[in-house]
Ligand binder design. Structure first.
Ligand code: RIB
Length: 307
């Protein structure tokens, strides 16, 4: 039996309203979509679901409203094997929702209405982390920044390693970034963290972007490059990990799947290069399927590719 450390995810739970479109709408444009689905999502919950499906020991910390979406989101995580005792109910607001357009080829546009996610407080995290020592803490930026900062500080204090997905992008100060063990931006988030505009990063720019991100304080950076794979920089190594070539149908939650898988492998004691290989494979499977949590593979599927 594989011994693995606990993984705690502090973050958002959303119900995703997903419309498949032939192309993404321009400002002022009305388009006819191809299909509509309501699917479980939220960057935090997606990462927790990935950890659970891939065989990690996971606790989710977040907030939902006292409504049916909240029940469904909790239940979906429980089915994935996630401990949801840290998912609290907020009486003052509805469960968070996300509106997602997915175009042919898999690219998407996402707008979230945070609802109950906006009520997650530092003391909720403190209560959920009572008794935890060591392991991995997964953070994203769909929760109040004050709570993310408090979680990172507390995580460090109790010996956890912190993986921060700086999504959605927003300016971050050195206080938070210095507490981060692994920073995992995608291309746009990396450029925005460095004060630029959202955009793409070529492979020839990746090393320099990682170097600049490292100077902001994290101990290591894994830059997620979509179908170009990932770039690791940690002061000792600067390395490219190519992605497995697949036909993408929906890239929603590919980054979340990557982070959940990365944490599972690290929590099992795998070295970083193996963990990134495992995460790349899990993410490559997720983009071949529609939806956020509906697209996340189980362990056997990734193992099959590894073997
Ligand atoms: O990363 C994808 C997620 O972003 C979606 O599931 C949506 O809920 C938003 O949080």
């Amino acid at each position: 039996m594989l011994m693995s450390q606990t993984i705690v995810v502090v973050g958002s739970l959303n119900m995703d309203f997903v419309v498949q479109v032939d192309k993404l709408p321009l400002p002022g444009e009305t388009l006819r979509g191809r299909s509509f689905d309501m699917l479980p999502g939220g960057k935090g919950a997606n990462q927790a679901c990935a950890v659970g499906r891939l065989g990690g020991r996971c606790r989710m910390v977040g907030r939902v409203g006292a409504d049916s979406f909240g029940h469904q989101l909790r239940a979906n995580l429980q089915t994935a094997g996630v401990d949801v005792s840290g998912v609290l109910t907020t009486a003052n607001d509805a469960t968070g929702v996300a509106f997602i357009f997915v175009e042919r080829g898999g690219q998407n546009e996402i707008v979230i209405a945070p609802g109950a996610n906006g009520y997650l407080r530092p003391n909720d995290v403190e209560a959920a982390l009572a008794g935890v020592a060591g392991g991995y803490l997964l953070l994203q930026l769909e929760s109040p920044l004050e709570t993310v900062e408090a979680a990172a500080a507390l995580g460090r204090h109790i010996g956890m390693k912190t993986v921060l997905d700086p999504a959605p992008a927003r300016p971050l100060g050195p206080n938070l970034l210095r507490q981060v063990d692994v920073l995992t931006p995608n291309e746009s988030e990396a450029l925005q963290l460095l004060g630029g505009r959202a955009g793409q990063v070529s492979l020839s720019q990746a090393e320099e972007i990682c170097r600049q991100l490292m100077s902001l304080g994290p101990h290591s950076v894994i830059l997620k490059l979509g179908d170009k794979g990932a770039w690791l920089a940690n002061g000792r190594q600067s390395l490219h990990f190519p992605a497995r070539a697949v036909e993408a149908v929906d890239t929603t939650a590919a980054g979340d799947t990557f982070n959940g898988a990365l944490a599972v492998a690290l929590a099992e004691g795998k070295p970083i290069h193996e963990a990134i290989g495992f995460a790349n494979l899990a993410a490559s499977l997720s983009v071949t399927r529609a939806g956020a949590q509906t697209s996340i593979p189980v362990r056997d599927e990734v193992e099959c590719l590894l073997n």
